[in-house]
Design a protein. Structure first.
Length: 416
């Protein structure tokens, strides 16, 4: 009988394969109406890892016994899935979204470009960089909601949507490296290796900023002809009129969740207060994205359960590579597992040199856009943008191709 670690690795491989087959399940759902509900469920990329995590725990219960399986599931830390769920819902609330829209509209009016072009560039460049302050999941949520009517809409060529999605995912992954608390892979090593925000800005941040601005500029150049016909959804004046007091309170909730990101008891308490406040002033709100946030949290929790059993083969690979090989190895491994999990394993290795530490983190964030599971905010982007793609599904192959070029630019920025 294979060990539970080998079984867990096989289940993890099946989960990865499943992420590449979600479009296939969606196509089957259209052909077989009788089982459409189940097939649609299996075609939801946010469900994949939660589903296979359930399979893993069930198999563990059969192989090692129920108490051991329960102990394993309860021994893991689910702070990140909870945080991403909360920050998604708060950041996507209408007062926060209106505030960011107003900021981008003001900046776009100053640019010597058509408004829609300037707005698209700002969403692909400035919002990911703001992620260093408001965290990457919040930046992904805001950028996705603002870009949806501009780029991810009917009439836009499908290949351009995938290219823009790749740029967005890569830019968010590297755009959070200006500080030590916003990017999950940086957060995993910051305290262990004594990396503060000043170190991050001087070592990673300026390089990441160059790559973000370059990627966004090239992508906007490719999109600008199609953006001429892209008209953002007109909003009622009444709907967009949110008092400054309400905006300020929502932004305060957002800031509070960010500050207490590592204390789930506190940020979940703030979230409950936020829900109460939103209900009290419902006329200033749009429907909260609770379903989308829960699905993303479910995805990430499943990744925690599955990823917790992969240390036995990942850590030897990370510890055996020289810095340059480690950089490219980290980029490749990030596509197969969450980059935060990868850097966490690196933080457990005793005696890593400074060049190896840099190579590990740089490679992990540079490859953060290659797949849905490569970076924690990516499932949020998929959940919010998939309706703009054919069959309302984002193919893993299309995302990989769309992210190759911006990932290469990020790699060059970190290496050179």
């Amino acid at each position: 009988m294979p060990s539970i670690e080998v079984i867990a690795a096989c289940i993890f491989a099946l989960a990865l394969l499943h992420t590449f087959c979600t479009k296939f399940f969606e196509q089957l759902a259209h052909r077989h109406a009788r089982h459409a509900g189940l097939l649609h469920l299996l075609g939801e990329v946010e469900v994949v890892f939660g589903f296979w995590a359930f399979v893993l725990v069930t198999v563990m219960a059969l192989v090692t016994g129920g108490p051991q399986a329960i102990h394993y599931a309860e021994s893991l830390h689910y702070t990140e899935p909870l945080f991403v769920f909360v920050i998604m819902v708060v950041a996507a609330s209408r007062p926060v979204l209106v505030s960011i829209e107003a900021l981008i509209a003001t900046l776009s009016a100053l640019a010597p470009l058509r408004t829609v072009v300037a707005q698209t560039w700002a969403c692909l460049a400035l919002v990911p960089l703001i992620g260093s302050l408001i965290t990457e999941p919040a930046a992904m949520t805001l950028a996705a909601l603002l870009l949806a009517p501009l780029v991810f809409r009917p009439g836009m060529p499908e290949w351009l949507k995938y290219a823009a999605l790749g740029v967005l995912f890569v830019n968010v992954s590297i755009g959070g490296t200006l500080t030590s608390f916003a990017a999950p892979p940086v957060l995993m090593v910051a305290s262990t290796w004594n990396w503060d925000s000043a170190f991050m800005a001087s070592t990673f941040g300026w390089r990441a900023s160059i790559a973000v601005l370059f990627n966004a500029s090239i992508m906007t150049l490719l999109l600008h002809k199609h953006l001429a016909d892209a008209k953002p959804t007109p909003a009622d004046a009444a709907q967009r009129t949110v008092p400054l007091t309400v905006r300020g309170i929502h932004l305060a909730f957002l800031a509070g969740v960010v500050v207490f990101a590592h204390h789930p008891v506190i940020f979940m308490g703030l979230f409950l207060f936020f829900l109460g406040y939103s209900q009290a002033y419902a006329h200033y709100q749009s429907p909260l994205i609770l379903k989308e946030g829960l699905l993303v949290g479910f995805f990430l929790a499943g990744l925690v359960v599955l990823g917790g059993m992969q240390q036995w083969w990942l850590q030897p690979i990370v510890s055996s590579l020289k810095p340059t090989a480690l950089f490219f190895g980290a980029m490749g491994l990030t596509a197969l597992t969450d980059n935060a999990a990868l850097t966490y394993l690196g933080s457990l290795i005793v005696g890593m040199t400074d060049p190896a530490k840099y190579a590990l983190v740089a490679g992990a964030v540079a490859g953060g856009g290659l797949t849905v599971i490569a970076n924690a905010p990516n499932p949020a982007g998929v959940a919010l943008l998939k309706r703009g793609f054919n069959e309302e599904s984002i193919g893993a192959g299309g995302l990989l191709l769309g992210a190759l070029a911006p990932s290469a630019i990020a790699a060059l920025a970190f290496l050179l």
